[in-house]
Design a protein around this ligand. Structure first.
Ligand SMILES: [Zn+2]
Length: 237
């Protein structure tokens, strides 16, 4: 059956001499691998339109019983990420590291990535963008962090730290002795990022370099040790 979806291109793998496989995250949350015949030929129109890190209108054939694979007919360029610095490039690679091995994203993943890709070209991506990506990814892993009260005892008093591996915010009574406290100003920003459903508001939160370093440590531990994601790229963001 012929289908149309907007998709974000996670990766392109070359097969034999002429064909390639295109991994795309679709606007309906599916992650699909599309066989692209003749993609490596210099005259291929699809090759000119479809690049890693770009948003593309995809026209493809897919059997209903195989929602994660299909045959590409045509790709039409919508918007393209043009890396201007290492940091932006690392954001795109991080998105790839999170999603390329999965079969499903959340209903919001495509929208979040599309916004971020458009902003990569116009402004410096902040850690608030990265948190949006991580928050959405954790939701896809059924991890919903509590950011309005202590994740353990539900108290709103004496909030002491934020530990995603313990479920979110922790009060002083519930925090394990090994868990470091987090500065109140940073906690306030984390609360905005994890409790606001309005992503345009979240993206305006600015983290200073020290705060970014704390966030990097917290999330790298969780993503690498608990979820097996290659999150070393966060060191470059
Ligand atoms: Zn508590």
């Amino acid at each position: 059956m012929e289908k149309f979806n907007k998709g974000y291109i996670l990766n392109i793998y070359d097969n034999d001499e002429n064909d390639s496989n295109i991994k795309a995250l679709l606007d309906d949350g599916r992650i699909i691998s599309l066989k692209a015949k003749g993609f490596q030929k210099p005259e291929s129109k699809n090759r000119a339109a479809i690049k890693t890190g770009s948003i593309v209108e995809l026209e493809y054939f897919q059997k209903d019983q195989y929602p994660n694979s299909g045959l590409l007919k045509r790709g039409t360029y919508v918007s393209m990420f043009k890396p201007t610095n290492q940091r932006d490039l690392s954001v795109v690679r991080f998105i790839d590291a999170l999603w390329t091995r999965r079969k499903e994203a959340t209903d919001n993943t495509f929208k979040i990535i599309e916004k971020i890709i458009n902003e990569l070209n116009t402004q410096i991506v902040t850690w608030a963008h990265v948190i949006l990506i991580i928050r959405d990814y954790l939701i896809s892993e059924n991890i919903k962090l509590t950011a309005t009260k202590c994740a353990s005892c539900s108290s709103s008093d004496n909030i002491y730290t934020f530990d995603p591996r313990s479920g979110g915010l922790l009060c002083k009574n519930c925090a394990d002795q090994n868990i470091k406290p987090i500065d109140v100003e940073l906690l306030k920003k984390i609360i905005i990022c994890f409790s606001s459903s309005d992503s345009s508001f979240t993206r305006k939160v600015i983290f200073n370099p020290n705060e970014a370093a704390v966030l990097r440590e917290i999330f790298m531990n969780q993503l690498i040790d608990d979820l097996g994601v290659n999150a070393d790229l966060l060191k470059l963001i």
